[in-house]
Write a protein that binds this ligand. Structure first.
Ligand code: AMP
Length: 281
């Protein structure tokens, strides 16, 4: 371990620590159970800032009760990863400290993404925005790092930061994958051996759609290529997929320059999401 990060649990102490800092502060918000994807965000934050803070907080507002219970937690292992990647601080508050009795305010999502309506996940994204706004106010960073692995989340956060003049820069980071294409995810640790072996089919399905689009096929036919690839894997069940313009999340138009292909897939009881974005010409 390069250095042992300080673990701060109270929002007040976190803000006091940041307020006393000299130099720039990079911030990586996470749910914990850290992996190579998070590590790449922390290392980039380290390269671009004098000091880095990482938050580890399983935010109840963005989970179903069942998902919240099952989410993997391992702060001791996370502290090692964070230290090795060069961050100085872990902010790991309890839910009670983040949402004390009396907490009421809500963020209303912008009517930006038809995609959110289609996914029926407004409640989840509202929870994400609320916690990110709170974390930014508490941690007081100069730059905040997010993964392109969660494209809707990232776009909403960029919108919120611009709309509310948050005094931070939002930085986008590419998705880190295993050699077989599977996107690194904390949820991968929950998969059985069979599900893990089946999981790369998600990336293969995204690539099948990409190949179809680049070969001049329509988005509808590209979607069928994605579905065909997934159907061939009996352990996988497609919940939702979309082929959209990454700037607007609207359906891909003829002549678009860039595409985003996104899929949310169930393997047993575990929901994995992945996406790729690429130029069409
Ligand atoms: P999470 O702990 O899943 O909320 O992720 C924390 C941050 O890490 C988010 O900005 C994610 O988009 C990002 N992230 C998660 N998985 C990956 C990955 N495989 N590659 C790059 N970034 C990731």
């Amino acid at each position: 371990m390069k250095n042992k990060p300080v673990i701060i649990r109270s929002p007040g102490a976190m803000t006091r620590w940041s307020a006393g800092l000299k130099g720039t502060l990079g911030f990586v918000p996470t749910l914990g159970a850290l992996h190579e994807g998070h590590e790449s965000l922390i290392k980039r934050a380290r390269r671009e800032n004098d000091v880095v803070a990482v938050s580890v907080f399983v935010n109840p507002l963005q989970f179903t009760p069942e998902g919240f219970k099952k989410y993997p937690r391992n702060l001791a292992a996370d502290a090692k990863t964070v230290g090795a990647a060069g961050a100085a601080v872990i902010f790991a508050p309890s839910a009670e400290r983040m949402y004390p009795a009396g907490f009421q305010s809500q963020i209303i999502l912008p009517p930006l993404f038809g995609a959110l309506k289609r996914q029926k996940l407004e409640w989840h994204y509202r929870g994400v925005l609320q916690v990110v706004l709170k974390l930014i106010q508490i941690v007081l960073p100069d730059r905040v790092y997010f993964g392109l692995k969660d494209p809707h989340q990232l776009a909403l956060i960029e919108r919120m930061a611009a709309d509310f003049n948050l005094p931070v820069e939002i930085r986008r980071c590419p998705t880190v994958r295993e050699r077989n294409g599977l996107a690194r995810s904390s949820r991968n640790t929950l998969l059985t051996a069979e599900e893990r072996a089946a999981a790369p089919v998600i990336y293969q399905a995204l690539r099948a759609a990409q190949k179809a689009l680049r070969g001049g096929e329509t988005p509808a036919r590209a979607m069928r290529a994605l579905e065909r690839t997934l159907v061939a894997e009996p352990l996988a069940r497609l919940e939702y997929a979309e082929i959209v313009d990454p700037a607007t999340f609207a359906s891909l138009r003829r002549g678009a320059r860039e595409a985003l292909v996104y899929a949310a897939v169930w393997l047993g009881e575990k929901r994995l999401a992945d996406n790729i974005r690429f130029r069409l010409k």
